[in-house]
Write a protein that binds this ligand. Structure first.
Ligand SMILES: [Fe+2]
Ligand SMILES: [Fe+2]
Length: 283
């Protein structure tokens, strides 16, 4: 796990509103996830650090520190990206306030620390699933703006690097059992898509699409998500592995092109070039 800081993705430059092949729905799906990252990743950090004092393994203690620093960098960069969305009229402040209320006020009232780190481990699995599976395929992000794609490539690399940290805290430190982690996965598998969908719809509304237009976009978008070979069916094996009793994040398939990004970034120091290299290495 490497903590990388001050990466430049050129986010202050003139990036097209629909950076994903000019497609509003596809772009706004990724944009909707971006709006959740700053507060969401702060929740992950808080949930893992609640167990800091109980960690006796020095390796895991160091991993928690590195995880914290990586997630803090992601929050920082996505906040910059979200400023662009705010300038486009997206209600970033409302989204942030609602999510803060939910994750830091409402949910802590009805959950304990183990349940919160269980939710974190489950969400980290969903994240590493998307990172691994989306970058395996060259077609998905082929027509994307290389700057935004590079931001996601860097985020993906680091999510893969720290994919087991929350899980190890959950199992080895919080001592959560099989049922606890499965219940958390079911909960986040409902809550996360619902939240992303609500924000995606808000964005399309801000973009000026009528209710009828949005319905058509949703129909087409759901087909893009779920058609054979679409966005999600190839991720299902990765997803369901979480429910296996002997599951561990490092038993999952590796991101095949991980080394390409690392090698290119070491050579060039250019996050956009490294993002291009990761994308080009896809199948
Ligand atoms: Fe992250
Ligand atoms: Fe993460």
């Amino acid at each position: 796990m490497v903590v990388r800081e001050n990466l430049d993705f050129g986010l202050d430059q003139d990036i097209p509103r629909y950076w994903m092949g000019g497609d509003a729905f596809k772009t706004r799906f990724f944009d909707a996830m971006s709006t959740l990252f700053p507060v969401g990743e702060r929740f992950f950090i808080t949930s893992v650090r609640e167990f800091r004092d109980q960690i006796t393994d020095p390796k895991l203690a160091q991993e928690v520190k590195d995880f914290t620093r990586q997630e803090a960098q992601h929050s920082l960069v996505h906040r910059q990206y979200n400023d662009r969305l705010k300038a486009q009229g997206v209600a970033i402040d409302d989204i942030t306030r609602d999510l803060e209320q939910s994750l830091f006020v409402d949910i802590p009232k009805v959950t304990n620390a183990t349940q919160r780190v269980a939710a974190t481990a489950a969400l980290e699995h969903l994240t590493s699933m998307m990172c691994t599976c989306f970058f395996e395929r060259r077609d998905l992000l082929a027509e994307s703006d290389p700057r935004v794609r590079a931001m996601y490539a860097w985020h993906a690399i680091e999510e893969v690097e720290h994919k087991a940290v929350a899980y190890d805290v959950l199992v080895d430190v919080a001592k959560a059992g099989y049922l606890r982690r499965c219940i958390a996965m079911v909960s986040v598998s409902i809550g996360f898509p619902f939240t992303v969908g609500r924000i995606l719809n808000h964005m399309l509304e801000v973009d000026g699409f009528s209710r009828w237009q949005r319905m058509k976009m949703w129909a087409k978008g759901l087909w893009w998500f779920w058609k054979p070979g679409g966005l999600f069916p190839p991720t299902l094996g990765y997803y369901f592995a979480y429910y296996k009793p002997g599951f561990h994040p490092w038993k999952q398939r590796e991101m095949p092109s991980y080394g390409k990004w690392v090698e290119n970034y070491a050579k060039t120091g250019d996050a956009i070039a490294a993002g291009n290299a990761l994308h080009a290495a896809g199948q």
